[in-house]
Design a protein around this ligand. Structure first.
Ligand code: MN
Length: 227
């Protein structure tokens, strides 16, 4: 037994449909991937997407409630298709990229929008706007061997039963394969990595007591409540 100062933290895991656990290594996120959301945020659709990350232990599973986070008065939902990487790779070709996908889930890129706006204005990092505790609720992972590689289909989110976000996976500016290929030029992707692939238009604020449910056709759902 190694001489750990304290007990190592348990691995972060996401349940896989029909059994098993996906152990999470890193969580990457695509900054801009649906034109209508880029326009609603006042950005230029010609800009290439970019990446940021959340810590693995920001992941919340099983529909668990999340606390309203500190240091914000503008806590936003972003429904996203989550890609679960199952095979390592660097400089992956677009044509081979989907071979690196184990499966897919619906996820929420929860965002402290006011902190993000301040960070953008000051040219500062986004960590405290994006990578805080409980900021990545994720549904069950469906293996690609069961559902294939969804390239089209509705991606929607409701708050307390009222629809707020609606888009179509077919409207992603960068496909899943292109995103994997591009990201793998910057970092080696490893089995266990998750990629949140951007959100469609309609992002907005939630408050304590709200229930969020996101659905991606052919993939699944993600649900949480704000407490
Ligand atoms: Mn996002």
């Amino acid at each position: 037994m190694a001489d750990f100062l304290f007990a190592p933290h348990n691995p972060v895991t996401v349940p896989i449909a029909r059994g098993g656990l996906f152990a999470v290594r890193r969580v990457y996120c695509v900054g801009r991937n649906y034109a209508e959301h880029i326009i609603e945020m006042g950005n230029d659709t010609r800009d290439p997407p970019f990446f940021f990350a959340k810590p693995a232990d920001a992941v919340v599973v099983g529909g668990a409630a999340i606390p309203y986070p500190p240091q914000t008065a503008d806590f936003h939902h972003e429904i996203e298709l989550v890609v679960a990487i199952g095979k390592d790779g660097t400089d992956i070709a677009v044509e081979q990229a989907l071979d690196h996908v184990y499966g897919y889930a619906a996820g929420l890129d929860m965002t402290r929008r006011d902190l993000q706006a301040m960070a953008k204005k000051a040219g500062r990092p986004w960590e405290m706007a994006k990578g805080f505790d409980f900021s990545a609720p994720i549904g069950t992972i469906e293996p690609a061997s069961s559902i294939g590689h969804p390239a089209a289909g509705a991606i929607t989110l409701g708050v307390n039963g009222t629809e707020r976000q609606r888009g179509d996976l077919g409207d992603q500016i960068w496909s899943v394969g292109e995103t994997i290929a591009y990201l793998s030029q910057f970092v080696t992707l490893r089995a266990g990595d998750l990629i949140m692939t951007g959100t469609p238009a309609g992002v907005g604020a939630v408050v304590r007591g709200d229930v969020i449910e996101g659905t991606i056709a052919g993939v699944g759902t993600v649900r949480t409540a704000i407490v």
